[in-house]
Design a protein around this ligand. Structure first.
Ligand SMILES: Cc1ncc(COP(=O)(O)O)c(C=O)c1O
Length: 391
């Protein structure tokens, strides 16, 4: 019998949903392939698809269609927000300085480092043991003056939810643009920008059943950002370049579906996540659930298994047909804990032994059972090997 494959890596990416593919197909074929900037009928057909997607996304997020700027994904949207705000502030004679949390995705952290390379400054906002941004750090950054504050809604490794509405209100009071990376939040927790006074919001397609390479930045104040790539005047010049029409249409369809299904999805995957954690602790009693006491999104859990290293666990799980992620990074051949776990103060030996399981709409209880069935033997093997190596 072929091995049952289990995919528990939905925070990394998801397959394209059939409804999304169906919506995209006309824009790849002879009827609506036009350049959306062309005034003729081919262009107008493509433009109609783009405008419809903007309306869907704006309605789902609680924004205006004119505020939706399409990008090549979450990474570009994050870069545009952080670097674009820094450049705009410098242009106005404001602070060439950005503040980002220590547990941001590399798309935000590396963008902040790029600002430093351009001659600016970065402030890294610390987090507590549960991965929540410390608000005194924000107060200090606002007092110094910054071009933008960027804090993610939901962390991709540990699932921690930040109080973005409160942080946004504080930034608004200080007159500072606030960017929210919503890549892991949208479709997983209730998201309405009516309740969050952020200036900028990032969404990515491939985390919600749209293709890779499409995303959007909601820009609620066009003066807050300057373009980081330059070309024709598309998208108000904020993000020029011929739009990825099929991708945009796919993103529109995926966003609409994710918004409609969010509550049911969250309830279903939260039950699976809780079951995974309960059963995992039953078979590996010394395992540690990272950020267990923080407020968490329903689709992600990060688990450290003492006496192991996550790369070895990943390899054995893959051989068993189970896909997940590690909470560590392999740099120069050695396994190092991720910047997220390090920033939370997770001890190194637990940081290098962290696995991330993330659920999607296709997962079932059987997936959890398959994982729990396979895990004890794998843990035993990896621990035995690790004990030999470290003797
Ligand atoms: C929180 C977060 N931000 C940004 C990104 C980058 O998005 P993309 O893969 O669309 O570039 C990811 C993807 O892993 C993410 O999880």
């Amino acid at each position: 019998m072929p091995k049952r494959l289990v995919y528990l890596d939905n925070a990394a990416t998801t397959p394209v949903r059939p409804e999304v593919l169906e919506a995209m197909l006309p824009y790849l074929g002879p009827d609506a392939f036009g350049n959306p900037s062309s005034p003729h009928r081919f262009g107008r057909a493509a433009r109609a698809g783009v405008e419809e997607a903007k309306r869907s996304i704006a309605a789902a997020l609680g924004a205006d269609p004119g505020q939706v700027i399409f990008t090549s994904g979450g990474t570009e949207a994050d870069n545009l927000a952080v670097i674009g705000c820094a450049l705009a502030a410098r242009e106005r004679g404001g602070p060439f300085r950005v503040a980002v949390s220590a547990i941001e995705h590399k798309a935000v952290l590396a963008a902040a480092h790029a600002v430093v390379r351009l001659g600016g400054e970065e402030i890294i906002l610390p987090v507590n043991g549960q991965g929540e941004v410390a608000e005194d750090g924000l107060s200090e950054a606002l007092a110094r003056g910054v071009a933008v504050v960027s804090v993610m809604w939901v962390n991709n490794e540990i699932g921690v939810v930040q109080p973005v509405a409160r942080l946004a209100a504080r930034c608004r009071e200080a007159g500072v643009p606030f960017h929210v990376d919503g890549v892991q939040a949208f479709g997983k927790v209730p998201v309405s920008l009516h309740d969050v006074a952020c200036t900028l919001f990032t969404v990515s397609g491939h985390k919600i059943g749209a293709p890779k390479g499409i995303g959007a930045l909601v820009v609620r104040d066009r003066h807050a950002v300057e373009a980081i790539i330059h070309g024709g005047g598309q998208q108000f010049g904020i993000r020029p370049g011929t739009e990825n029409v099929p991708g945009i249409v796919g993103l529109g369809a995926a966003v609409e579906l994710a918004a409609r299904e969010q509550a049911a999805f969250a309830a279903r995957v939260a039950a699976l996540r809780d079951e995974l954690e309960r059963r995992l602790l039953a078979v590996v009693p010394d395992a540690v659930i990272n950020a267990a006491h923080g407020q968490r999104a329903p689709h992600v859990t990060s688990v450290s298994i003492p006496g192991t290293d996550s790369e070895a666990l990943l390899m054995h799980l893959d051989l068993a047909g189970i896909a997940c992620s590690s909470g560590s990074a392999c740099s120069t051949g050695a396994v190092e804990p991720s910047h997220v776990l390090t920033a939370m103060g997770v001890p190194r030996e637990l940081g290098v032994a962290a696995l991330r399981f993330s659920f999607g709409k296709e997962n079932t209880l059987e997936d959890v059972e398959t994982l729990i069935g396979a895990l004890p033997k794998i843990v035993e093997k990896v621990r035995a090997l690790s004990a030999v190596l470290h003797r």
